[in-house]
Design a protein around this ligand. Structure first.
Ligand code: FAD
Length: 494
């Protein structure tokens, strides 16, 4: 029995087991995929639909992880939501739509098993994972092997996709580390919030590097500084101490390294700890009030080459998300801040991808290994599956003797790929320092677009920001369609 997508009524895609496109292609050597989660399952499907045989290695149930509860492929370990399904004004909704157009198995199974959830795409988790497992098991070009790959793959596996996720087994993680160097594979993320540049009040903040140091790639005015006087600092500390924290999961045990303590833990150690740490006011002069020395300063550092995203330096935090927004908006200049990512601290295995991977997700140090999913430094079910989709297509193109063309950076798929393979700016400008932290897809990753002035209109989804998102989304889908019809991008979805 073959797996096959059929197009039902408009907008409805069903997953059937009747025959499939792509089998006419000459048989080629198989590609091995390690990890049958969101990314590995999608990669396997994309390869097989191109006529490339796959052996998918999944260690469950032989060896469990700390979070998975079943032996199903593509198990959702926590929430059952794929977040917003609005392709016009939400970047993850746009990613859904792009993946649908690219013949995604994960999106087909999600659409088939969706539950009522307002504007979000939520799924019946068991039926969803069951459908993915059945489709992969039924595909004649996919062989599923249940067992852990406990070291580097054998030398005769010449094309491998590693999609072992945030809970990669320790033996494989150690083997990957032997190739990448110890510092380049992290076991926890320590995420500081990221702010959209356009939401920072530059009438309050200013650009300056400490002591105007230019450094290797800078200008001397590389940071955005938010000044606090004594009263504002005390108010910020009070808000921080009163805010609600999230607990670590049992298997995460307390992973505090002195170099990346959460700000709330620093504040608990003493009211002045932050003022002598990430909020120290030295080497900076506020041009708006040159005679007044700030009591403390929060610094934002450019996070992407486009200059649209800025991360809050040293501000990793485990505050609950609602409280985070409230507390961070107490900081002068951030009163209206919009966040592309909020802070967090989790158990997570991920590579310093901008330094280690090439643009088709291959490890520069050993190009037979390609990486996909959360281990590449994306965050979330949908983003992990999206990178699996790309890794599968790239590996298929390579097997078929053509070169992989990455999707344009104006698409959600391309913007996400560009971020992990080069768009992120490291703290020292050359990828050497580990400032790369996991990221959800968001419009800040897309090249800017200008929209004509709109006549003022009222309503919840009107205004310049919505128009800009709509323009980006329409540009993305048009560019995606051209990419999909190109020579190396087509995967049979019919
Ligand atoms: C506890 C937890 C909760 C999360 N909650 C959410 C959430 O609510 N929403 C969200 O969007 N994202 C969430 N994430 C983040 C992330 O999006 C998911 O973990 C997602 O499943 C990642 O997809 P993946 O394919 O990269 O990894 P996974 O889906 O984890 O798949 C990796 C697979 O590889 C297998 N494996 C590992 N090592 C080996 C090996 N050596 N040999 C063979 N197989 C191996 C594992 O058993 C697993 O099946 C959560 C992560 C964690 C850890």
């Amino acid at each position: 029995m073959n797996s096959h997508f059929i197009q039902g009524p408009p907008g409805v895609v069903a997953l059937e087991t009747t025959g499939h496109a792509g089998l006419g292609t000459a048989m080629t050597n198989k590609v091995h995929i390690i990890g049958g989660g969101l990314a590995g399952s999608e990669a396997a499907w994309q390869l097989a639909q191109q006529g490339v045989p796959v052996e998918l290695h999944e260690m469950r149930p032989v060896r469990p992880t700390e979070a998975h509860k079943t032996d199903a492929l593509a198990e959702l370990v926590c929430s059952n939501s794929f977040r917003s399904d609005d392709w016009e004004t939400n970047a993850v909704g746009l990613l859904h739509e792009e993946m649908r157009r690219a013949g995604s198995l994960i999106m087909t199974a999600a659409d088939k098993n969706k539950l009522p959830a307002g504007g979000a795409l939520a799924v019946d988790r068991e039926a969803f994972a069951g459908d993915v497992t059945t489709a992969l098991a039924a595909h004649p070009l996919i062989e599923i092997d249940r067992g852990e790959i406990a070291g580097l793959p054998p030398a005769d596996w010449d094309s491998v996709i590693v999609a072992t996720g945030p809970l990669t087994s320790p033996a494989l993680a150690r083997a990957v580390q032997s190739l990448t160097g110890e510092a380049e594979l992290a076991f926890f993320d320590a995420i500081a919030p990221i702010v959209y540049f356009e939401s920072v009040d530059m009438d309050v903040c200013w650009r300056q590097s400490r002591y105007d140091k230019a450094g290797p790639g800078g200008s001397g005015a590389d940071y955005i500084n938010c000044p606090l006087d004594k009263e504002q600092y005390e108010a910020f500390i009070d808000a921080l101490l009163a805010a609600e924290k999230t607990a670590f999961k049992e298997f995460e045990t307390t992973p505090y390294f002195e170099g990346c303590l959460p700000i709330e833990v620093m504040a608990e150690r003493g009211r002045d700890t932050l003022r002598y740490g990430p909020m120290k006011p030295v080497g900076l002069t506020d041009p708006h009030r040159p005679g007044v020395k700030p009591y403390a300063v929060v610094q934002l550092r450019q996070d992407n080459a486009l200059g649209t995203l800025w991360n809050m330096v040293g501000f990793q935090t485990k505050l609950r998300h609602g409280d985070q927004v409230r507390v961070l908006r107490v900081i002068p200049g951030l009163g209206q801040a919009e966040f592309a990512r909020l802070g967090g601290l989790h158990r997570n295995t991920f590579l310093n991808s901008p330094k280690l991977l090439d643009e088709s997700l291959r490890l520069k140090a050993d190009p037979r290994l390609r990486f996909a999913g959360q281990i590449t430094g994306v965050e979330g079910y949908v983003e992990s599956a999206a990178i699996g989709l790309l890794a599968g297509r790239f590996a298929a193109a390579e097997r078929q003797g053509s070169s992989a063309t990455p999707p344009p950076p104006t698409t959600a798929l391309g913007a996400l790929l560009a971020h992990i393979t080069g768009g992120h700016l490291s703290a020292d400008g050359d990828g050497g320092s580990r400032s790369f932290q996991p990221m959800n897809v968001n419009f800040g990753l897309f090249p800017p677009i200008s929209v004509p002035r709109q006549p003022r209109s009222k309503g919840p989804r009107s205004g310049k920001s919505f128009e800009r998102k709509r323009a980006m989304a329409n540009r993305a889908l048009a560019d995606l369609d051209s990419w999909l019809s190109g020579p190396t991008a087509s995967v049979a979805a019919e």
